[in-house]
Ligand binder design. Structure first.
Ligand SMILES: Cc1cc2nc3c(=O)[nH]c(=O)nc-3n(C[C@H](O)[C@H](O)[C@H](O)COP(=O)(O)OP(=O)(O)OC[C@H]3O[C@@H](n4cnc5c(N)ncnc54)[C@H](O)[C@@H]3O)c2cc1C
Length: 428
């Protein structure tokens, strides 16, 4: 027997689950599939190793979906300040005072209570999953694999490993960077592996949670601190250490005590005194972009469509913007009596999202290549850039508003810089 829906979404990660909630609440019938049921939140559990900086724009979206209250009831940590600086040791650094070349964004300069929140991925995912369970139009299916996808003239049919068959007008691939739906639809990607990997670690320190997230740029890669929740007399934080794969592998295999010693040596003095590091994991980093976001009755969102360098924590925020744009197009198609997979609708979705996703990819690469080297002229230029940012509060605040998802346009000067920067062939 075949169950019929308006839309099938494969992948109940943060982006797929958000899209399901949006479509379900707009009156469409949705099947939301994942190979795993998102874990139940355990307040006593150590933090998830995967955390994301959720922008103010994404917070409003999650609030509209009714998931933010659930996330807040689990746990999330606001940050009010964001600081970045160049930590490259070099003779030229003596020419510039460290404070001059350090840029700090403050929520109160922007008239906001906070710049964003650091949230464990499993908290966001579970809150969206629970919220989807409250919507009559959404059917949640887990512990399955996709066996096959067959597109016909009016429907697409998905066969599951438990012998169920589901059909719909449209199939959404929200199944992450290695998307099987993208592969089954024959959509290729352009991909480039970065020379750096990211090691993430949950760390505990005595004291109250910090209200700042910071990132020190070293030629071997940035080192970042993201504050997490309070735990009695202690607080948690997530650290991200970008470096070459050999160094990352060495760090990953150190004992807890040796790793803490490495942190003390390599991280800036801002790092609180760490007493425990229960978890560490590393991630290869690649920028990847699907050659098209839609083919026939299949459309891609989130990491299935694009991955970027995570150094400014923008990946899932872009995915949420994809989900909102696709939802608007599908709801409009339904209102206008059009098929949900109408090519002009899916093309419009891609036209709305591809340039924005590409621009963010390029902005991240501009940071990555400008900071990941010791070349004296670039060292001077980036310090001058950071110092200039401090003296141009309007432009600085515009950058912050863009990163927070409040404005969707970069300041004109930076936009030109990003658009004109030499770019890898695949991004042209
Ligand atoms: C080190 C690091 C730090 C990051 N920090 C940030 C940050 O601070 N802020 C930010 O915005 N982004 C950050 N990102 C990026 C962010 O994690 C991703 O953009 C985000 O997780 C993408 O969400 P998604 O729902 O598209 O995909 P995923 O999170 O990959 O979810 C995909 C879902 O699909 C399911 N699935 C996969 N294959 C199948 C299948 N065949 N059948 C059924 N289900 C399937 C999976 O189980 C999963 O639930 C970071 C990334 C890294 C690597």
């Amino acid at each position: 027997m075949t169950q019929t829906f308006d839309v099938i979404i494969v992948g109940a990660g943060m982006v797929g689950a958000a899209l399901a909630n949006g479509l379900g609440r707009a009156g469409l019938s949705v099947a939301l599939l994942d190979r795993e049921t998102p874990a139940v939140f355990e307040p006593a559990a150590e933090p998830d190793l995967r955390v994301s900086a959720i922008s103010a724009g994404s917070e409003s979206y999650l609030e509209r979906l009714g998931a933010w209250a659930g996330m807040r009831a689990m746990r999330l940590t606001p940050y009010r300040r964001l600081s970045v600086w160049d930590a490259t040791p070099h003779p030229f650094s003596r020419l510039v005072s460290p404070n001059l070349a350090r840029t700090t964004f403050e929520a109160h300069d922007l008239g906001c209570e906070h710049l964003g929140h650091i949230v464990e991925n499993r908290v966001t995912q579970r809150a969206l999953w629970d919220r989807a369970g409250e919507c009559e139009g959404i059917t949640r299916i887990t512990d399955i694999e996709i066996r096959d996808v067959v597109s016909a003239e009016n429907v697409v049919t998905v066969s599951l490993t438990d012998d169920r068959h589901l059909s719909a007008e449209l199939l959404v691939g929200a199944d992450g960077a290695q998307s099987r739906i993208r592969q089954l639809a024959g959509i290729g990607v352009t991909r480039d592996q970065y020379a750096q990997q990211a090691l993430v670690a949950s760390v505990r320190y005595r004291g109250t949670p910090h209200d700042i997230t910071w990132q020190a740029f070293h030629p071997s890669g940035p080192r970042a601190f993201l504050p997490l929740h309070r735990d009695g007399e202690f607080s948690w934080a997530s650290l991200v250490w970008y470096d070459d794969p050999a160094r990352i592998s060495e760090l990953k295999n150190q004992s807890e005590a040796d790793f803490i010693a490495s942190l003390v040596k390599a991280f800036p003095a801002e790092l609180p005194l760490i007493d425990r590091v229960p978890g560490r994991a590393s991630f290869p980093l690649a920028r990847q972009h699907a050659k098209t976001y839609a083919s026939g009755r299949v459309v891609l969102v989130g990491d299935a469509a694009h991955t970027i360098n995570p150094l400014a924590g923008q990946g899932v925020n872009l995915g949420f913007q994809d989900a909102q744009a696709l939802q608007e197009e599908l709801v409009e198609a339904r209102r206008a009596g059009q098929p949900l997979a109408a090519p002009e609708r899916l093309q419009r979705y891609e036209a709305r999202r591809r340039p924005a996703n590409r621009r963010m990819t390029l902005a991240m690469d501009l940071f990555y290549y400008t900071f990941s080297n010791r070349l004296p002229p670039l060292h001077l230029a980036r310090n001058a850039g950071l110092a200039l940012a401090n003296h141009l509060p309007f432009a600085k605040n515009q950058v912050a508003r863009y990163a927070m998802g409040i404005d969707d346009q970069l300041p004109p000067l930076l936009k030109q810089l990003v658009d004109r920067a030499p770019r890898p062939a695949f991004l042209k």
